[in-house]
Design a protein around this ligand. Structure first.
Ligand code: 5RP
Length: 226
């Protein structure tokens, strides 16, 4: 699974703490990325000790990891998550940018369907104001018109993986990802609404007002914000 910057010990501390919060009988949304992976492994260990839980994965990667960990998988058709544990690329207060693993469309679906959405991260993700490029999942045929619409909003769109010999990054849903640099984002909610309105955009990576808890691992423990 893809790993971004930040210490592995801090990611593990946050992921393992989040896994401790899960109660017996819960349905758990399983996020994508290296920090969420620590939570999935820790949940698998608890299942091995007798915890009853079912998981709803947010990507093929998290589904594979969960199966390896011995977690029974279900879908949103079967149940809604009591809690979802997921990582983030950037965090300002309770607003997030996600999609570094190109999974933000399913992540937003599962994270927003949960009664409680717990974000797990290392300290490198925390900022005063969001300024990370915003990933957009776009239909393959919509790449150029969406790029132009993004430019009209003052952003610069870059096709993820454009430089790769084997072709650009393709999401689990068969679409492309445009990473859109808007510099410092003054109003994440407003920008999110504008991006959602562009035809051909399946989902953007701004997660505004969705997080209930932010757990930031450090090398010495976990800081919890609620
Ligand atoms: C995947 C995501 C990840 O949660 C995000 O990229 C953080 O990943 P990591 O925990 O590896 O830093 O949004 O689409």
């Amino acid at each position: 699974m893809k790993t971004t910057g930040g210490s592995e010990a801090a990611k593990r501390a946050a992921g393992e703490r989040a896994a401790e919060l899960v109660e017996d009988g819960a349905v758990v949304g399983l996020g994508t990325g290296s920090t969420a992976a620590h939570a999935i492994r820790a949940l698998g260990e608890r299942v091995g000790q007798g915890l009853d839980l079912r998981g709803i994965p947010t990507s093929y990667g998290s589904a594979d990891l969960a199966r390896e960990a011995g977690i029974e998988l279900v879908t949103l058709d079967d149940a809604l998550p009591d809690v979802t544990i997921d990582g983030a690329d950037q965090i300002a207060g309770f607003d997030l940018i996600k999609g570094g693993g190109a999974a933000h469309t399913r992540e937003k679906l599962v994270d927003s369907a949960a009664k409680r959405f717990v974000v797990v991260a290392d300290p490198s993700k925390e900022v005063e104001s969001l300024d990370h490029p915003v990933p957009l999942e776009v239909l393959p045929s919509a790449r150029e018109p969406v790029s132009r619409a993004v430019a009209g909003l003052g952003g610069e769109a870059e096709l993820r993986g454009a430089e790769r010999k084997d072709g650009p990054v393709v999401t689990d849903n068969g679409n492309l990802v445009l990473d859109c640099d808007f510099g410092r984002i003054e109003s994440p909610a407003e920008l999110g609404d504008e991006l959602s309105a562009i035809p051909g955009v399946l989902e953007h990576g701004l997660f505004v007002g969705l997080a209930d808890d932010v757990l930031v691992g450090t090398d010495g423990g976990v800081e919890e914000r609620r």
